[in-house]
Write a protein that binds this ligand. Sequence first.
Ligand code: 6GU
Length: 240
Amino acid sequence: MRVDVVSIFPEYLAPLELSLVGKARTAGLLDLQVHDLRTWTDDRHRTVDDTPFGGGAGMVMRPDVWGRALDDVLTPGAHLIVPSPAGAPFTQRTAEALATEQHLVVACGRYEGIDARVAEHYAARGRVTELSLGDYVLNGGEVAALVVVEAVARLLPGVVGNPESLVEESHGAAGLLEYPVYTKPATWQGHAVPDVLLSGHHARIERWRRDEALRRTAARRPDLLAALDVAALDRHDRAV
Ligand code: 6GU
């Protein structure tokens, strides 16, 4: 997969050199390039923003600068991602869909955002998705670009060593949060690991993990539980 990120703070994307995403890049599974938007400015001050039409606080990113950048970076069939607090929620389902793409371009806005004609213009020529991380306000799209690239990269074939670890985790197919996990020592600071996990009884362990996932989801994310297909719950689940 190819990913291009355009930002006025390219250094903000430095963590994408590290860890699993960094390894995916060196392994040739992910071709990631970060670009400085100011490369496409045409004045001595390398201006990327201007005051909003209609008045109001803050500055808006200029469509002409973004247009030159995106005309250079987009390829036919590329999917343009525009992080925005006004976007559609970014979820594991979104990450799964994006992981099937050949080319993603992430356009990181700052200030009050990018002139709305940019998304409109490219949506008429290809695919554009405005995505939000959640219901809070960040200073720009860079953190969202980090989140989207990491969430998508780990779904690419060969990136996560054991594909089994993608199956049971939170927000997986079961639609539940993940059960709690433990390792050695069996007792720490007076807290014992639940007995069932030391029992070696595989069926009981499975049942206990399912119950804990249900309990956690009910306590922390009742919205996820409400969205579950009732047919996906067994009789024991419904009793939990
Ligand atoms: Cl994607 N961008 C900004 N600026 N703020 C956000 C966000 C994105 N998602 C949540 N808040």
